[in-house]
Design a protein around this ligand. Sequence first.
Ligand code: FAD
Ligand code: NAP
Length: 564
Amino acid sequence: MSTREVDATEPAPVASYDAVVVGAGFAGLYAVHLLRKQGLRVRGFEEAPSVGGTWFWNRYPGARCDIESLDYCFSFSDELQAGWTWSERYAAQPEILRYLEYVAESLDLAREFTFETRVEAARFDEERDRWSVTTTAGDTIDAQFVVLAVGVLSSLKPLDFAGLDDFRGETFHTARWPAEDPDLAGRRVGVIGTGSSGVQVIPMLAERAASLTVFQRTPNFSVPARNRPLESAEIEAVKAAHPERRAQRRRTRSGFIELDPFGELQRFSAEERERILEERWAMGGGAQFLRAFTDVGLDEDSNAYVADFIRRKIRAVVDDPAVAETLVPTGYFLGTKRICVDTDYFETYNRPNVRLVDVRKDPIERFTADGVVAGSEHHELDCVVFATGFDALTGAILDVDIRGRDGRSLRDVWSAGPRTLVGLAVPGFPNLFTVTGPGSPSVLGNVVSAIEQHVEWIDDCLRHMRDHGHATVEATEEGESWWAEQARSSARGLLLEKAESWYSGANIPGKPRALLPYVGGLDTFRRVCDEIARDGYRGFLFDQAATPPERAIGDPVGTTRTLS
Ligand code: FAD
Ligand code: NAP
């Protein structure tokens, strides 16, 4: 029995679990699988009606992965790997969603989730060392742990266009695309946004619509995907070598099997540089292209050289020189926004039904009942597609009203920018974990690999707690400061430090500016996290207050349930 009594007047919790997991994308599915496997009673909550996360919501035509399918999937299970066959080099959204449904079905995960339910708030009860989680369904759940697997790109950037409510046409957001694909035949369509989502959706909309008007503020660097069906021989080779490939992938900096770089660009003659870049361009894919030389992320001249190569490619493809110049990215370093991977993106601007509007020159002033005014021109439109992006990394976490020790709100604690210990934990918020949170490598590379690392670390930490009879774990202030300095020093000298994009919160007005992901690489990050655990969870504190043994992991106050 606990030394602290439970207040009898307190409303009884609707349900009590060892862990609540929020989100049913790659991260939430894996978290539920591992925590359940170690014997914890887990409840997942997901706003969507089924699993998939990113791949449930982003159903827009043209949506595909930009990391090759053979790597953009779980690596932890030989059985899952053996039972699934990708059809294309870069799988399209329906196939990735089917893959996640296959994972959920194979591991029998869906029954652990409550769907169509948002977690609204989570409050840590210091008397009981437990979280009280409330949902949009009006339920309160009592749990020892909360794992936020809420996604790095799941909270939409708010739409702040003047007059939007006046618009009588239809509007769509790429990240909330309707399950039933809208019929755009014969319609005048506008698209706002030319990031990865815009770059993928624009060629597809151009084929369907009577006319397509693209409102571009910042042009993007994009590399052709050169997507193609996978051949059975290569699939079989990958399947046969899965354990070795998994080990190799886990040693990489970016979470996918990387081609060897050639070295520093400055060491090569002009002819050699062209040959290398042409070779990588012909292979297709943005991440491998960016990594052809080792100093593109470091050296301004090397960066400018590779950026110019892409600019030349754009000018060579786009027929109208004025349109080509508008599409050529300038004013920021290549790689300081996530590089796009496209299929016929620049070619699309040669179509007679496509028009490009430069909203840097002619800003969007307002929506009207039947269109958009940009500059002095009124563009008549039947529907508008927003590809305007996300409040990345912190948005979905802070959408939940999270209160830690002393009732302190995470929104207040992060008001000047997020601070974490290895992107996993925040001082003052015991037993709360974030997956791919700010301060972790998350979006810099293959996010699925980052997710696997994080979730496995959390799983190990909870096992450690059970083995040692701990009730709470939390990051210390010292640990957090140490990590902030590690993260800063790993970014020092990198061009990424100058990122003006969602990597640094620059896309959201008023959001504190800080480079959100850890840029030291997933390989280094993994080593650091392993060392932290090996050193008895250096930087973390177990059981801030002396804890009676019966209040260890898995034992909600007042119960004596033993975990298997
Ligand atoms: P998500 O898949 O975003 O899942 C989070 C889930 O949590 C969502 O379903 C959301 O509804 C739910 N949720 C959030 N808050 C709450 C709440 N309060 N209550 C209940 N539910 C909640 N990464 C790559 O590495 N390669 C790619 O090719 C790639 N392509 C991408 C393409 C698109 C269009 C987008 C938007 C992102 C892409 N990403 C890519 C990043 C992608 O988000 C990750 O790869 C990965 O899918 C993230 O998985 P997750 O489980 O962490 O988050
Ligand atoms: P994004 O990269 O943030 O792009 C948003 C676009 O909308 C930008 O062009 C932005 O212009 C524009 N925009 C936003 N607000 C605007 C406004 N008020 N007026 C005019 N233009 C506005 O978002 P995203 O394209 O959805 O991609 C986000 C990330 O998701 C990607 O970087 C990638 O990691 C992932 N993703 C991957 C894929 C893939 O290929 N697998 C596909 C989609 C998404 P500014 O740049 O000027 O702000």
